[in-house]
Design a protein around this ligand. Structure first.
Ligand SMILES: [Zn+2]
Length: 536
C-alpha cells in the first residue's frame, strides 16, 4: 500500500476540475496529488509517517496564479529605493525630508539616494518638493525622487552639479527642466529625457544582493496572500535573482517569466526561448509595449478621454516599428506577450499578429495580450479567431475604479476589464495585478471581478460581472493555460502538482462584498506548507 506524505481531511475542497467537483479530502505523495475524493477514500492513504491536516470544514482552493506583474523588480526596488508612498505613511514634504534624512545617515557620503512613489496629490502641500527642500536633506548625497506615475523626477543641487547641469543648460530634446519663471534658475523638476541627463550611468539598478533579497521577500509575501505562481516581467537582474533563489532552494513560489523584447538578440544568440526551465521557474514569452497605462489614463483609445476632450492616449510605438520587431521575434519562434491596453493599440497588435500567423503558421501559439482593457465586440471576435489570450486587470475596477469613472465614463467602463464578454466568447482569459500598479492579493481581484464596484462602492461596468467560480478560473485553470501548465497546475486533480490554499471562510457562500476580507490560513506548494497564518 502506498501511503501519502500529506493528507487533508474534512474540508470543502473546490477542485476546479472540469466537472467543478467539490470533495472532502486529498492525498499527496512526492509533491503531487495521488488521490482526491471523500474522507473514506482518502483515509486509507494515512500511514504512520503521513502528516494529516484536519480542515474542520474549511474551504480549500487550488493555488492562485497572477498572470502578469513586475514582482521581483518591485521587491528589489524596495531594497534600493526609499518608499515615499502615501501607503507607507508619507503625508507632507517634511515627512519626505525626515525619511530621506534617515537614509542619508545610513548611506556613505557621495552615494546616491533614490526615493520612489512620490505623489504630490497625496501631500498636504499639493506640490512636489523643490531642489532646495531636497538640499535640506543632504548636500553630500545626490538625491533623485521618482513619482508614482513615472515621467517626472526631482533632484537636489549636488545631483545637478555631478551631471554638469547649470541654470544655463538648455532643455534636452524630448525633455524639460523646471525653472523659476523670473530668474530661470533650476527648481529641481525633471521631465522625460531631462532625467536621463542626471541619473548615474546604468542605474538605478539593484545589486545582486538587493535583487536576491528583494525577490525573496516579495515572493514570500505573495505566498502569504494565496499566490503559488506568478508570471513576472524580467530582465537580467530578476532572472539571476530567480535562478539564485532556485539554486539555493529558496524560491518561495513558482515563477513564469516574460522577458523584455529588448533582449531578443541576446536570447536568440544563445538559443534561449519559450519553455526553458522547469515546474518552478520557466521562460514564457517576450514582452512588447504598444501603448500607455490605464491607471495613468494614457491607454491609446479610439474615442477621447471624457475629462480631456482632445486626448486619445499615447502609443509607445508605431505600427511600422512594432511590425519589424514582432516579425523578428515571431519568425524565430518566440511567444509574444504584448502590452496593448486601449482599443486603438489592440487593433494594431491584432493586425500585426494576423499577418504573422499567416506568414509563420504555428500550432497552439498562445500569444497573449497583456491588459486588453478597452474592447468592443469586433475586437473580441478577432482575438478569438487569432487565439490570442488576454490577461486582464483583476483588481482595477475596485482599486482604481473611482478615478477611472471621470476619465472613461460609465458607458465605456461597461466594456473595460471585460471578463464577461471574453468568457461568453469562449476565450481563455486570465487576470493579473500588474503589481506594483495595484496590490497583488488575488482575493482583492476576485472581489473586483465578481462585484464590479469601486473602493467607494460605486458600480462600475456591472455588465462585466462574473461568478466566483469564473473569477477563480481566471486565477487557476485559465492562468495555468497561459503558461502551458494546464497539465501541472490550476486544479486539484490526481497527478497535478499539490498547490493549494486553505481559506479562513467559504468563498462560495460568504456575501460577495466580503470576499476581499477572507483570511488566507495556509498556502501549500508541492505538498509543502509555505505559509501558515500565525493564529492557525
Ligand atoms: Zn505590467
Amino acid at each position: 500500500m502506498l501511503f501519502a506524505d500529506l493528507v487533508l481531511l474534512n474540508g470543502k475542497i473546490i477542485t476546479m476540475d472540469a466537472k467543478q467537483s467539490v470533495v472532502q479530502a486529498v492525498a499527496i505523495k512526492f509533491g503531487k496529488f495521488v488521490a482526491v475524493g471523500e474522507n473514506a477514500d482518502i483515509q486509507k492513504f494515512v500511514g504512520k509517517n503521513t502528516e494529516v491536516i484536519e480542515l474542520t470544514g474549511k474551504t480549500v482552493i487550488p493555488g492562485l496564479i497572477d498572470s502578469h506583474g513586475h514582482f521581483m523588480r518591485t521587491g528589489a526596488s524596495r531594497e534600493l529605493f526609499v518608499d515615499l508612498s502615501e501607503e507607507s505613511g508619507i503625508r507632507s514634504i517634511s515627512d519626505i525630508q525626515s525619511r530621506l534624512r534617515k537614509k542619508a545617515r545610513e548611506t556613505p557620503r557621495g552615494e546616491w539616494i533614490f526615493g520612489y512613489q512620490e505623489d504630490d496629490s497625496k501631500l498636504e502641500e499639493k506640490r512636489h518638493p523643490t531642489k532646495w527642500e531636497l538640499d535640506e536633506i543632504s548636500t553630500e548625497h545626490p538625491i533623485i525622487l521618482t513619482t508614482v506615475g513615472g515621467h517626472f523626477w526631482m533632484a537636489n543641487s549636488i545631483a545637478f552639479e555631478q551631471a554638469d547641469i547649470t541654470n544655463k543648460t538648455p532643455d534636452p530634446v524630448g525633455g524639460k527642466f523646471d525653472r523659476d519663471g523670473e530668474t530661470g534658475e533650476l527648481t529641481g523638476g525633471l521631465h522625460e529625457e531631462a532625467y536621463n541627463l542626471l541619473r548615474p550611468e546604468g542605474s538605478p539598478n539593484p545589486t545582486k544582493e538587493q535583487a536576491f533579497k528583494g525577490a525573496e521577500q516579495i515572493l514570500k509575501e505573495c505566498a502569504s496572500v494565496g499566490l503559488t505562481c506568478i508570471y513576472d516581467l524580467v530582465e537580467k537582474s530578476e532572472i539571476q535573482a530567480a535562478i539564485d533563489l532556485k539554486n539555493t532552494n529558496n524560491l518561495p513560489i513558482r515563477v513564469r517569466m516574460d522577458v523584455t523584447i529588448d533582449l531578443l538578440d541576446e536570447m536568440d544568440k544563445l538559443g534561449i526561448y519559450r519553455g526553458l526551465g522547469d515546474d518552478w521557474l520557466r521562460l514564457c514569452g517576450l514582452k512588447f509595449f504598444f501603448d500607455g497605462a490605464i491607471s495613468a489614463r494614457t491607454a491609446a483609445v479610439s474615442e477621447p478621454y471624457l475629462d480631456k476632450p482632445d486626448f486619445y492616449g499615447v502609443m509607445a510605438t508605431t505600427k511600422e516599428l512594432a511590425t519589424e520587431i514582432l516579425t523578428k521575434a515571431y519568425e524565430k519562434g518566440y511567444r509574444i506577450s504584448a502590452h496593448a491596453n486601449g482599443d486603438r493599440a489592440i487593433e494594431i497588435y491584432l493586425d500585426i499578429m494576423e499577418e504573422l500567423q499567416r506568414k509563420y503558421p504555428r500550432s497552439d501559439p498562445r500569444n497573449r495580450d497583456i491588459h486588453c482593457t478597452v474592447i468592443n465586440q469586433k475586437l473580441v471576435k478577432r482575438l478569438e479567431k487569432l487565439e490570442i489570450l488576454p490577461t486582464i486587470f483583476g483588481p482595477y475596477a475596485y482599486y482604481h475604479g473611482d478615478k477611472l469613472i471621470p476619465a472613461f465614463g460609465e458607458e465605456r467602463l461597461e466594456s473595460m476589464f471585460a471578463a464577461r464578454s471574453f468568457l461568453d466568447a469562449g476565450i481563455i482569459i486570465a487576470a493579473h495585478s500588474d503589481h506594483p500598479c495595484a496590490p497583488y492579493p488575488p482575493l482583492m481581484a476576485i472581489h473586483a471581478l465578481v462585484n464590479r464596484k469601486t473602493k467607494s462602492g460605486k458600480p462600475i461596468g456591472q455588465k462585466q460581472k462574473i461568478s466566483v467560480i469564473e473569477a477563480l478560473k481566471l486565477y487557476t485553470t485559465h492562468a495555468a493555460y497561459h503558461s502551458f501548465d494546464e497539465n501541472l497546475l490550476g486544479s486539484i486533480e490526481v497527478d497535478k502538482l499539490a498547490d493549494m490554499v486553505v481559506l479562513g471562510d467559504d468563498i462560495l457562500s460568504v456575501p460577495s462584498e466580503q470576499i476581499i476580507d477572507i483570511p488566507i490560513d495556509m498556502t501549500i506548494i508541492d505538498g509543502k506548507t509555505v505559509y501558515i497564518k500565525e493564529s492557525y
